[in-house]
Design a protein around this ligand. Sequence first.
Ligand code: ADP
Ligand code: MG
Length: 194
Amino acid sequence: MKTTVYNFKGGVGKTVLSLNLALTMEYSIVTNDIYSPIEKVLNEDRILKIHHDEILPAFPDDYNIIFDLGGHIDKRAISAIKQSDFVLVPVIKGFINIQVSIDTITELLALNQHVIIIANQTTPGDMDDIRAAMERFFDLPVFEIKQSKSLPNIFKEKKSVRAMVSEGGLKKYHFNAVADQFDLIIEYIKERGS
Ligand SMILES: Nc1ncnc2c1ncn2[C@@H]1O[C@H](COP(=O)(O)OP(=O)(O)O)[C@@H](O)[C@H]1O
Ligand SMILES: [Mg+2]
């Protein structure tokens, strides 16, 4: 199964969400990010960097890949988006963030109808605000990933949020809610993907 994580905007959580999904599902990551922090976590046989002058190939459908892509929709992004089962769009609060996300989703829908919105880094109330803003324009599923230290922690611990929870301990117990939120997304795409 192939999934693209996309937003024109930087800093919305594309990379950290991609990484947690890849670690949890044992997928590989293809990125257009030259300085990807993912390299420090995933083995090099599970990360592929596509430079701006390179073509992003059509990977076989039985490959399990997350495309972590930012910036404008160039040829590489079009190839990734078109071959993906789903396109996940992390959206964080704030007027500009929401405007850019609406523009992103509008462009994505021309290439792939299976867009899923992830209200990311939420604090109480944000999920409702983001959902309300998105529902004015789109009829798309909206999932939530709350603000949590477990996400930046992935780079230090080099394991998924779910794996951190499994280690036990009070601090890790705290991460259970986020691991459950990821599980809902994973269940949804696995049930409906190829
Ligand atoms: N749900 C979250 N909770 C806490 N921090 C988060 C969350 N999502 C993203 N972050 C942090 O926000 C910053 C930007 O995320 P990143 O994945 O690099 O965004 P992008 O790839 O879209 O530029 C990182 O420091 C990341 O750890
Ligand atoms: Mg990134």
